[in-house]
Design a protein around this ligand. Structure first.
Ligand code: HEM
Length: 498
């Protein structure tokens, strides 16, 4: 296939599995020829450090992405090339996401953590929906100044539906390679159904994010500010060099990049708990020793508990929410491990392949937090761990995820709260392998993804736990009020009745 190169070998779904199998065969770095372009896949922390971190000036660009241009006018922070538009939007995001800025978001994160536990008391079998609502609501509140007290018929469910379709069509191989063969974009819509999907997505995308931005602007004009991030961006719009569409795009990037990934983490966490009751019991025992039932757990408690930290590292390892990262593009010719990487190459970092490499991890398909108590990065004895870091799957170089601290705080809070408060059980009776009860096909395809829906019930561990959650929820309500200025009558009625 001289024109398409390896394209015919690229699957249209679950690319991470194929890349991982090729990495076993060809090693920590291999290349694919797709049309006239070179695609590099790195499945080695050492090479990520050497090439992506240390030579970040020449690897921070993104490959062209026609779908991003069609749907988002090229203004998506995570997909934009490394020019001034990206720099200005990323600079704006730092005002909201540095470690220090994140300490200002703790009170709403804490209050939403309490609502999550309260929601699970009320609807123990809707675990996944409540986790999703909470993650989206925290970002909506802190970024746009509007929260979502329930999932159904809300901006949260509208966003989640749209995102689900976006993730599917963004997976490498999912649609014809219009970026490599631009002629494909001229095929009429009747033979190119992806074009219609893009058109519909564009309308939804613009409606949601322009709408949220305008709501914030109106609130500011009416002197009803609530301290959300977009207020700061409007105030410094000129200094930051942002147009009005870019303001909506900065907010969209936080919600898109932050909600899907963090929700995926919690869903994987709960899936792993459901299939490993002994991990739940061990984690609950260490929490009970220092917390008891007279107060809620805190992030300081989490910091004192190495076993909980090991659980978090193991969840990240077991299923990184962006298994192949977001591809970078090189802007100069570079030599890595003796191979020439031509300028303009598309580069994937195969985190999934690294974390599931049996040469690096003992029984990589098993969920086994103790591995992180036995060696620093959970690797097998004697393995060269050069290049490993706990945040490897958050990206590299100048593109590293700016949401690390925001996500880290949410993870600490929910992990300790949920283990303290609930036992998670499955209602699914289908037989599973005892050694590896979670299967590869328990996870969805897509570029930022997580587990398929799974059966799960959250049972409060005692009436004392439940009682404390109910009383803390009543105390947390006033913290929400400044983000509830634009609630619909149905949402207001829901809060009253909940
Ligand atoms: C468990 C949670 C998360 C994970 C695993 C994660 C992972 C990642 C990864 C792998 C990238 C690509 C980095 C690269 O290209 O090298 C990324 C980019 C990004 N993330 Fe996160 N992320 C998480 C949460 C968040 C949160 C909470 C936010 C914001 C509130 C956020 C905002 C972003 C943005 C804006 C980018 C694009 C950065 C750029 O291209 O310059 N992420 N993230």
């Amino acid at each position: 296939m001289p024109v398409l190169g390896n394209l015919h070998q690229l699957p249209t779904r679950y690319t991470r599995i194929q890349f991982t199998s090729w990495a076993e065969q060809y090693g920590g770095i291999f290349s694919l020829k797709i049309a006239h372009g070179t695609t590099i896949v790195i499945t080695s922390p050492r090479i990520i450090r050497e090439f992506m971190d240390k030579r970040s000036a020449s690897t921070a660009d993104r490959p062209p992405f026609k779908l991003g241009e069609i749907i988002m006018d090229g203004l998506n922070v995570a997909l934009a090339g490394a020019g001034n538009t990206w720099k200005n939007m990323r600079r704006a995001m730092h005002m909201f996401l540095t470690r220090e800025a994140c300490s200002r978001h703790l009170s709403i994160q804490h209050a939403e953590g309490i609502q999550l536990m309260y929601d699970l008391l009320k609807q123990p079998e809707a675990v996944s929906t409540h986790v999703q609502r909470q993650t989206i609501s925290i970002i909506l509140s802190t970024v746009f100044g509007i929260r979502t007290p329930r999932f159904q018929n809300s901006v949260a469910s509208e966003f989640a539906d749209m995102e689900h379709i976006l993730e599917e069509i963004f997976e490498p191989g999912a649609i014809p390679p219009v970026d490599l063969l631009p002629v494909l974009q001229y095929i009429p819509e009747i033979w190119a159904p992806w074009k219609r999907t893009c058109r519909e997505l564009r309308q939804k995308y613009q409606k949601i994010f322009s709408g949220l931005r305008d709501m914030c602007e109106t609130r500011m004009k009416m002197n009803r500010r609530n301290g959300c991030f977009l207020e700061d961006v409007f105030n410094q719009q000129e200094k930051l060099g942002l147009t009005k569409p870019m303001i909506a795009a900065v907010g969209a990037a936080c919600l898109e990049a932050g909600a899907v990934t963090t929700t995926s983490f919690f869903q994987t966490f709960i899936l792993c708990l459901v299939h490993h009751p002994h991990v739940q019991r061990k984690a609950q025992a260490v929490i009970d020793d220092i917390v008891g039932t007279d107060r809620l757990p805190t992030m300081d408690d989490f910091d004192q508990l190495p076993y909980l930290q090991a659980v978090v590292h193991e969840v990240h390892r077991f299923f990184p929410p962006i298994p192949l990262g977001i591809p970078h593009r090189s802007t100069t010719d570079e030599t890595v491990e003796g191979y020439l990487i031509p300028k303009g190459s598309t580069i994937f970092m195969n985190y999934y392949g690294i974390y599931h490499d049996p040469k690096l991890f003992d029984r990589p398909e098993s969920f086994y937090p103790e591995r992180y108590l036995l060696s620093e990065f959970g690797t097998k004895p004697g393995v060269d761990a050069t290049g490993f870091r706990y945040d490897l799957h958050f990206g590299s170089g100048r593109r590293i995820c700016p949401g690390i601290h925001f996500a880290g705080n949410a993870i600490k809070m929910n992990v300790i709260n949920l283990l303290w408060a609930f036992d998670f059980h499955t209602t699914d009776a289908s037989p599973r392998d005892e050694e590896c009860p979670i299967r590869v096909d328990d996870f969805l395809p897509g570029i930022a993804t997580g587990p398929k829906p799974f059966s799960c019930v959250a049972r409060p561990r005692s009436e004392a736990h439940a009682e404390l959650i109910r009383s803390e929820y009543t105390k947390a309500r006033p913290i929400f009020s400044k983000f509830e200025q634009e609630l619909s009558p149905e949402e207001a009625a829901f809060i009253e009745s909940w």
